[in-house]
Design a protein around this ligand. Structure first.
Ligand SMILES: [Ca+2]
Length: 261
């Protein structure tokens, strides 16, 4: 009996030790910097790829895709290039993030917020059309509100050649200052909006995805991806109306990323 108890204690000690080792291994995801900008500054030769970061005030490091450019390291939070990953997802998914970091993905509002709540940031949007054209938009002072504020969008001065679609192709549809909306969380500016003979209460119904919709606005990059030849006329497409108009034009690829300044 005595030896049986001893044996059990040994097994228990072994199991506890295993749990500790596992915990240590999980913690072993060690951060390479607070964000991609800092990593690039520390290692000027660093190439684009997946890195582990730990923003100030965040307890668990996480992986991001860093786009390393001559003008600095950019932390990517959105990428579209096809229809393999659906962006028609609910609040919980947009908060947590989804997709594959090396391909199409959404980093997640919680992680993006944790980055933007410290430091100052520039946000860059890169757009590709189906005719091998590209354009970009950059916004200074990019930040999000907290979850209680529905991760409200804040952008400062615009520069670029794609046009300021966030503020809109015409007045009254500015998305700056709006909370994020998903199919199950309506924070848009329509209650309702009247479009011709249609009264719309939720922009996600027509435009899809999750986005900082106003009434509903001129920018939406998380809708449905459409292939070449079938890319004109979809309200639900990936659009940036200040670049491609007047008919709704669904872009071939998009990327959104931030750089600390
Ligand atoms: Ca609404």
């Amino acid at each position: 009996m005595k030896s049986l108890v001893g044996y059990c204690v040994l097994i228990l000690a072994f199991l506890l030790n295993c749990t500790e080792q596992t915990k240590k291994r999980q913690k072993g995801l060690s951060s390479q910097g607070t964000d991609c900008t800092q990593i690039k500054a520390l290692m000027p030769q660093a190439s684009s790829g997946v890195y582990v970061i730990q923003p100030h005030g965040v307890s668990t490091p996480f992986k991001v895709y860093c786009e390393m450019r001559p003008d600095g390291g950019w932390t990517v939070f959105q990428r579209r290039s096809g229809r393999a990953v659906s962006f028609n997802r609910k609040w919980a998914a947009y908060k947590k993030g989804f997709g594959n970091l090396t391909q199409d993905h959404w980093l997640g509002l919680k992680k993006l917020f944790s980055l933007t709540k410290t430091k100052k940031w520039t946000m860059r949007v890169d757009l590709w059309d189906h005719e091998e054209g590209t354009a970009f938009a950059e916004y200074r002072h990019f930040r999000l509100g907290n979850e209680k504020a529905a991760f409200k969008l804040h952008v400062g001065k615009y520069q670029g050649n794609a046009g300021d679609a966030i503020r809109g192709a015409y007045s009254g549809i500015d998305q700056n200052g709006y909370g994020f909306s998903t199919i199950d969380r309506d924070n848009d500016g329509c209650s309702p909006c009247i479009f011709g003979d249609i009264a719309e209460t939720k922009c996600t119904n027509s435009d899809g995805g999750g986005w900082w919709y106003s009434r509903c606005g001129s920018a939406s990059l998380n809708g449905d991806w459409h292939p070449a030849g079938d890319h004109i006329g979809w309200a639900s497409g990936l659009y940036w109306h200040t670049w491609k108009n007047p008919a709704p034009y669904s872009l071939k690829a998009t990327r959104m990323m931030i750089k600390s300044v």
